[in-house]
Design a protein around this ligand. Structure first.
Ligand code: ATP
Length: 297
């Protein structure tokens, strides 16, 4: 019996590990990617989050030796602030986020969270500290309710209901054929991009991480859905440090600070009014988007 029992037990362990990993990162990235061989340093310490300050100090990085993507990137996100990262496609916005999450190690420079270097922190504590709302959320073949609970598996039903409420998902869920027990995922109900992002927001609320990352969907959602997502994210961002990768500048005019990235370099930083007055790269991005928008209507 031992011989049969052991493998089954092991499979159960692997299953729980994978489920846990998925819930934490909301992304298949770490499980599937080949390159990130990032492991804890021998002297790695768990991060202790007191405020939630984030600081990039001269960070340079390339996915391979032949092409550098980020060049001496430096910026600060003071605790509790909302900072937006903007810039043309391919500029390096997602790469910045991947380094903060330590999917890769920086080639030089350092990233600090509350003045603790990310390179010398344990991966587990880092991932616990950051809640991410990705562009595309992974849904499992399970009920919508359990899909939300993945954000924090030990959460009580009551906590899951509250997260649903705060993510502005109650009306959507109540209108489903079997309500909260409706099966979603590959073999169940397919959710729209906007609905999936709200599921990710609900998961993030349950996770209760001090630092939040929001990767705005590239493709524009219908305006009602976009409004629901933005207001839900605004609510959960209160009292948190939040970093938003924005594709539509209209969604981040209220950010405390906007970091403009071009070709892997920080080319401008300031709030919306200041950057417009600068008449520089942000001003040009803004004008280009205004023109595109007015053509749409
Ligand atoms: P977008 O707005 O289109 O999402 P981005 O600003 O987020 O773009 P990144 O995804 O950070 O840009 O990509 C920056 C550069 O790094 C791009 O030239 C991209 O091709 C390259 N890149 C991204 N991921 C990898 C990878 N895994 N391996 C090699 N190169 C990559």
């Amino acid at each position: 019996t031992m011989q049969i029992f052991m493998p089954l037990n092991f499979l159960g362990f692997v299953y729980r590990e994978i489920r846990g990993a998925l819930a934490n990162i909301e992304n298949l990235f770490t499980l599937l990617s080949k390159s990130p061989g990032v492991i804890d340093n021998q002297d790695a310490k768990p991060l202790v989050i007191s405020k939630g300050n984030v600081r990039f100090e001269n960070v340079s990085f390339g996915y391979g030796p032949d092409r550098q993507i980020l060049h001496n990137v430096s910026f600060r996100v003071p605790a509790g602030n909302k900072v937006a990262i903007v810039g043309p496609s391919g500029a390096g916005k997602s790469t910045i986020i991947k380094l903060l999450f330590r999917f890769y190690n920086a080639d030089s420079g350092e990233i600090y969270i509350d003045e603790q270097p990310v390179s010398r922190s344990t991966q587990a504590s880092l991932r616990q500290a950051i809640g991410i709302v990705p562009q595309d959320t992974v849904l499992f073949n399970d009920s919508i309710f359990e899909n939300i609970r993945y954000g924090n598996p030990p959460a009580s039903d009551e906590e899951v209901y509250q997260a649903i409420e705060h993510a502005h998902l109650s009306d959507f869920i109540n209108a489903l054929p079997q309500g909260k027990d409706t099966k979603v995922g590959e073999r169940g109900l397919k959710l729209s991009g906007g609905e999936k992002q709200r599921v990710a927001i609900a998961r993030t609320i349950l996770k209760g991480a001090p630092i939040l990352l929001f990767d705005e969907a590239t493709s524009s959602l219908d305006s009602q859905s976009e409004h629901a997502i933005l207001s839900a994210f605004r609510e959960i961002a209160v009292g948190h440090t939040s970093i938003v990768i924005a594709h539509r500048l209209s969604t981040i005019v209220d950010a405390d600070s906007i970091i403009v990235i071009q070709d892997g370099r920080v080319v401008e930083q300031g709030n919306h009014a200041l950057l417009l007055a600068n008449n520089g790269p942000y001003y040009h991005l803004w004008n280009t988007q205004q023109k595109v928008n007015s053509k749409d209507v």
